[in-house]
Design a protein around this ligand. Sequence first.
Ligand SMILES: [Zn+2]
Length: 392
Amino acid sequence: MIQKSTKEKVADTAARKRTNTWSTKDKNWDAGTIYCSPVTYKLVVQELRVDPKYVCAIPLNTPFTVVSPDCLGRDVTVSLCEANHCPGAVLFFFTIRNPAKPRSPPTTVLHVGDFRWDRAYMQNIEIISKICSRKVRLNELYLDTTYCDAKYDFPAQRDSIDAALKCVEVEGIGSESGKTLFVFGAYTIGKEKIFVAVARMFGKKIWVDARREKVLKTFFSDEDAKMLTRNKAETNVWVVGLGQIVNKGLKEILDDANKRSGGGGLRGPKYQRVVGFRPSGWTYSGKSTKKKDAMLQTTLAPQKKTKIPDIVASRKSGVVSIYGIPYSEHSSFSELVDCLMCLQPQNIIPTVSADKSREQVTLLLDSCRALIKEEKDSGVHDEEEAKRRNAS
Ligand SMILES: [Zn+2]
C-alpha cells in the first residue's frame, strides 16, 4: 500500500526525527503515484516536498475508480474515510467487481491503516454504517493491531481530554493565569485535540513557532487557526516538541520566558511555575501506576478541591510539574474487539507485527466469542440481534 506507507511517513517520520531534518528527506520520491486524503496531500507536498505530480488527493467518502494494470479485468473503486488517527489519516474501502459477472456481489476490502475505533464516531461514516447493518458484507479487513493485547486497556480520548482539562484547572489557569506557564508537548502532527480543547475551554490563544503554525494551518478549521499566535506575550499556553517536556527542558523554557519579560526587575518574574503536558500512547497501565500516582497527587496539589484524575501520571520537581496524559490514536484491545463485533469481516489480516498475525487473530476471535457468550448469558445479544434483524 503506497497510500499507507506515505501517510505513515508523515506521521512516523515526524515522530522519530527532529522537525528540521525530515522536510527534505523524501523530496526525491518517485516510486509511483501516492493516493491520499486532501490533508495528507498538503502535508506530503508542503512538508515532505514530494513533487505534486506523484501525489493524487481523493476527496473523502466519494468512490474513486482505481486504474491499475494489476487490476486488469477487474473494476476497482476505493472510498476514503476518516480514520480517527492523526490529521489526514484515512480508512481505504475497496470494492472489486468482475465485469464478466455483473450480478455477483463485489469483493470488499477495508484497510484501516492506523486508526482508533470508536463505535459512535465510526457509525456516522456511511460505508461503515452499511457494513455494521449488514447491507454491505465485508470480505477482508486489514486491521491495525498495534495494541492487540488485553493489557492495552486505556481510556477513551474524550476521558483523556477531560483529564487534561482537569489538570489545567487544578493548576489554576483561570485565577492565576499570569503566574503559571502551560507547555504542551506535541509531534509535528497528531494529538492536537488536547491543547485545542484547553485553549477553547479557557479562552486562550496557543503559541506555536512558525514551522508548527504552517503545519497546523494545513488542517485546522478557520476557527481553530484563529487561536494560534506567534506572540509569546499573548498567552501562557505554548506548544513545543515532545522532547522538551522534561524537567531540564521546561526549566529552560521558564527561564527564557522570564528573561524575555524582563523578569527579576521591579515587576518580578512573569511566571513562577511551569506545567508540562506529555501525551503518551501506551505508557499507561491502569492498575500498576494508580497507587504511585495517588501518592504523587497528594504532594502535588493538597489544598485544591478539584482532584487530578486517576488516569493521569504526575510528577513535580521545584517549579516544574509534568503530567502524562494517556492519549492514544490507535485502538485499545477492547476497541479492536468491538470493531470486529460491528464489522464481522470474513477474513482478518493484521498489519502490525505480521509475524504474530495468527496469534493476534486467535486472541481477537476468542475475545469476540467470550463477549458474545457473556452477552447471550445476560440476554443482551438476543435483543441486539433482534433489533438488527428488524432494522434490515
Ligand atoms: Zn500513524
